[in-house]
Design a protein around this ligand. Structure first.
Ligand code: ADP
Length: 675
């Protein structure tokens, strides 16, 4: 066999290597070009080069040199024409040279590139192979990353809240300037070295461990887990914590912790944002204290009202009761007139006092509405009867229209509804010089359970200027505030009306033209009483003063009130014995039979409530004894009195001051009526 000569072998190898090189050269995605001295122009290039630089063809590119595909200046300000030869020289000396270069596309924009120059020898000639890679995309990404990290740094540096991040196992990774300021540690002291436990209250961590363990139903050890366990479970994690500064002082923070996760969902770090809420907490504490103080003051105010109510009503009872009794005796015309005036003045004084008490009660939320049966047309008739005298004296006509669509029996608070109507109709009469007052009642809506009642009170009076119309429903506000006001009043009436109607779930409205008159309207929902329950209502006793029979024990410590009650009871036809306090009442009841006890609540030694309780106890020990009716006499008109009396075993309730009529009404259910 002919062995190929060594020469042929070398040639063969060379050819193979050349073919390989050419293949690589042709297929490379990097732009590869060859340059040779002395001009250092591109002698050839691969297809990627043509694409990269936007040349027409390889032939076209081969007419160019590096300066044709470079801008005038490089980013450092050096001319490309000066800088390129230096790079070529270095590559020729060192065998290769790698550097960044700004290139320019043919008739196109600049772009950033890396250039690798490698010294080669081709066909006996030494030159350079240049491999150019476009890195503009990479540069842009780098810039975006740089921008982002600067942005992040700016946030961290300037955030008003402490931002602390930790590795999944709890080592602090970020501790921003706000955190440094808040806690007195420097980032350097903590980052990479400590866990957040260093500035937590260890005791609190232990308590929270138990709380969170119970909440999550898991075992938990005091430590970093306590802070982040909720995040691991994807639960919201914002809690108040106590931080301890480097100097040992404490502060309260609201710490929100979030878990940061990689795309696979693995936690890469925890991020905590803490805001100092020490001030908020202390303000909150102060507010709570202030609220407690205000509530205590309000309780004191209610108590004061209860006392005042008692103190004022007791003498009022004396004045009104005595005047009523006085008027029942033979008097000269002049004396009758004077006594009558006293009675009227006392009655208006009582109205004012009741107004103030009502308003205060509403203000402290102590006014509770009753829920009993009422007949609206009776109620309106009552009010009209009461006021017709005044209207008549002023020469005003006062008329009522009640729609037949209103069911005869409704449920609500008749006393308060009466008060509202008295007020509105009373005002209409008061502020009308001549003309008429028309009261209309109608049903706006009606179903089996409820009606929406609409009552309007229309007068031809002085009217109310538009600017005062909303104000007059405020306490103490009057349309005419001049000192020469023609009409008296406290300015409380409408405020009470508005509040009462609001409590009833209704509204008040007003339309008025100065000089022409006003129409006050009131819309309230009222429950309809089912028909079959009506009988008892209709059968309710009318309280005509009638003579009663019976022996009454009056337990009352106040001399004047005693005298009045005795006189009134005698007027009604009752026999009266007296006890001056609860103890005496007990003795008297044990000694002889009575038909009824009229029991004052506040008495020395033994008060009326305790005495009643003891009477009931004694009755329960002697089962043959008849239950003795006890009617309470109280000067307190505060909410709860009635309940207290009933709880003490009393059967009825009468508020001082009372009239003979009211006394009759309170006693009649328990006593025999004279034929
Ligand atoms: P008072 O009547 O005690 O002053 P009110 O609260 O009842 O207090 O009324 C407030 C004010 O509203 C009255 O002072 C009066 O100026 C005005 N006002 C109320 N009702 C009428 C009315 N029917 N016509 C004209 N003005 C009225």
């Amino acid at each position: 066999m002919n062995q190929p000569s060594e020469h042929t072998q070398t040639e063969q190898a060379l050819r193979e290597s050349e073919t390989k090189y050419r293949e690589l050269f042709e297929s490379s995605r990097d732009a590869i070009m060859l340059l040779f001295p002395p001009e250092w122009k591109f002698t050839t290039c691969n297809p990627a080069t043509v694409t990269l630089f936007g040349a027409k063809s390889i032939e076209h590119f081969s007419t160019l040199g590096p300066w044709d595909v470079s801008p005038l200046l490089q980013p450092d300000g050096e001319r490309s024409a000066d800088k390129a030869p230096k790079a070529i020289r270095q590559a020729m000396e060192d065998g290769s040279h790698f550097f960044e270069w700004t290139h320019r596309r043919i008739n196109g924009p600049n772009f950033a590139a890396t250039v690798l120059l490698t010294r080669i020898t081709l066909k006996g000639q030494t030159g350079l192979q240049a491999t150019v890679r476009d890195i503009s995309e990479q540069k842009r990404t780098e810039q975006t990353l740089r921008d982002l990290s600067e942005f992040q740094k700016a946030i961290l540096d300037n955030a008003g809240h402490a931002i602390i991040s930790a590795t999944p196992d709890g080592i602090i990774r970020v501790f921003n300037p706000a955190a440094e300021q808040l806690l007195g540690y420097s980032a350097e002291e903590l980052v990479g070295k400590q866990t957040p436990a260093i500035f937590h209250d260890p005791q609190e961590v232990v308590t929270r461990t138990q709380a969170f363990a119970a909440e999550l139903g898991i075992d938990l050890e005091p430590g970093f887990d306590v802070f982040v366990e909720k995040c691991r479970r994807g639960l919201p994690n914002a809690h108040e914590w106590t931080y301890i500064r480097k100097d040992g002082s404490r502060l309260t923070v609201l710490l929100t912790i979030t878990a940061l996760r990689d795309p696979e969902g693995t936690i890469t770090s925890f991020l905590g944002v803490a805001s100092d809420i020490t001030t908020i907490k202390s303000v909150q504490r102060e507010l709570t204290l202030a609220k407690d103080a205000a509530e205590a003051a309000s309780v004191a105010k209610s108590q004061f009202l209860a006392n005042m109510s008692h103190e004022i009503r007791t003498p009022m009872n004396g004045i009104l009761g005595m005047t009523e009794l006085l008027l029942a005796t033979p008097l000269t015309e002049k004396q009758r007139h004077m006594a009558h005036t006293v009675q009227q003045s006392a009655a208006s004084l009582l109205t004012i006092i009741n107004g103030i008490l009502d308003y205060s009660k509403i203000e402290v939320g102590k006014l509770q509405l009753e829920h009993t049966d009422m007949n609206l047309s009776h109620l309106l008739d009552d009010v009209i009867t009461l006021l017709s005298e005044v209207a008549h004296q002023k020469g005003l006509s006062l008329s009522v229209q009640i729609s037949s669509s209103i069911p005869p029996t409704l449920r609500g608070d008749p006393t308060r509804l009466r008060q509202v109507l008295l007020n509105l109709i009373g005002n209409a009469i008061k502020f009308t010089v001549d003309g008429s007052i028309t009261v209309s009642a109608d049903c706006l809506k009606r179903d089996a359970e409820q009606i929406l009642l609409r009552v309007t009170v229309c007068d031809t009076g002085i009217g109310i200027p538009p600017e005062s119309q909303s104000r007059i429903f405020d306490a103490f506000a009057q349309a005419d505030e001049s000192t020469t006001r023609k009409f008296g009043g406290t300015g409380l009436g409408l405020a009470i009306v508005k509040q009462l109607v609001r409590l009833m779930g209704g509204t008040v409205d007003l339309e008025s033209t100065p000089g022409l008159g006003s129409t006050f309207g009131l819309t309230v929902p009222l429950e309809v009483r089912p028909d079959n329950e009506m009988a008892s209502v209709i059968a309710q006793p009318e309280h005509h003063p009638a003579t009663l029979h019976g022996k009454i024990l009056l337990a009352e410590d106040n001399v004047v009130n005693r005298e009045i009650a005795v006189a009134m009871l005698e007027l009604l036809g009752c026999a009266v014995d007296i006890a001056e306090d609860g103890q005496e009442a007990l003795t008297a009841v044990a000694a002889q039979p009575y038909d009824l006890v009229l029991m004052d609540c506040q008495m020395p030694n033994l008060d009326g409530l305790k005495a009643s309780r003891l009477i009931r106890e004694q009755e329960s020990q002697h089962s043959h004894r008849r239950r003795l009716p006890i009617v309470a006499l109280t000067a307190n008109a505060m909410e709860g009195d009635r309940e207290q009396c009933l709880a003490a075993g009393m059967d009825g309730y009468l508020t001082k001051p009372f009239t003979v009529d009211q006394l009759h009404h309170a006693l009649a259910p328990w006593l025999k009526q004279a034929a």
